[in-house]
Design a binder for this molecule. Structure first.
Ligand code: ADP
Ligand code: MG
Ligand code: MG
Length: 211
């Protein structure tokens, strides 16, 4: 029901905020190799602000409003590429949750998130960005539900596996978008920070869904 959905969503967001805090140094280390060493700090600042906003929010806010607030906060609080990309996508995709979280609306959310991300960032698979993790995750989730008839939890587990392979795929390739692209071929051999933070977030969503 509605209250349970709200609580699960809030728990997932809180777990993401905690995970980003734990992984802050690791994400920054990845970004120091091919960027400007701020990805962990950027996202951590963003999710701290998100937690403050959510704590101050009305108890009767629905899941759409919650997702929209997360997105707006990330857009306004995070300097750098990743915050506005994650946040803008969450804002746009939140409209798919108008009637709550169902299997169908979760697929619609995932697709809208990816579409907005590609619109805004203009990156495609192989450019060595978060898109390399999000794209296979979204496609796997949709296919698992719509074609393979898997329950949403199994579909989500497969999506997380796909994101993990996407993160590994970023290591050998050359960056064509974002700061890492300034390095040209010297960006090869390093894991993309944004793809990595995407994987951490998906893992936390799966952990809450599994409860
Ligand atoms: P900045 O590069 O501005 O310092 P962050 O360090 O927070 O921002 O985020 C860097 C991450 O953002 C990269 O690892 C990459 O995954 C992602 N990114 C950068 N540019 C794009 C883009 N155009 N499309 C999608 N993702 C991008
Ligand atoms: Mg950076
Ligand atoms: Mg920066």
């Amino acid at each position: 029901d509605e209250t349970r959905q709200r609580e699960a969503l809030l728990e997932a967001i809180e777990n993401i905020a905690d995970r980003i805090d734990e992984e802050r140094e690791y994400l920054t280390e990845l970004d120091s190799a091919i960027g400007d060493a701020d990805h962990g700090a950027n996202l951590n600042r963003g999710f701290k602000a998100v937690m403050e906003k959510l704590e101050a929010m009305d108890d009767d806010a629905d899941v759409q409003e919650i997702a929209k607030t997360v997105g707006m906060t990330l857009v306004s609080e995070v300097g750098g590429a990743a915050g506005p990309l994650y946040g803008g996508s969450a804002m746009t995709a939140s409209t798919e949750l108008e009637d709550g979280i169902t299997t169908e609306s979760s697929v619609a959310f995932a697709e809208a998130f990816l579409e907005k991300l590609q619109d805004r960032g203009d990156a495609r698979v192989g450019d060595k960005t978060m898109v390399d993790a999000i794209t296979p995750a979204v496609h796997t989730y949709k296919k698992s539900i719509e074609q393979d008839d898997l329950p949403p939890l199994e579909a989500l587990a497969k999506a997380v596996d796909a994101a993990e392979r996407g993160v590994e795929f970023t290591v050998p390739i050359r960056a064509s978008k974002g700061r890492a692209s300034f390095l040209g071929w010297r960006s090869t051999g390093h894991q993309d920070p944004g793809a990595t933070s995407t994987l951490f977030m998906l893992e936390e969503i799966l952990a809450v869904a599994e409860q």
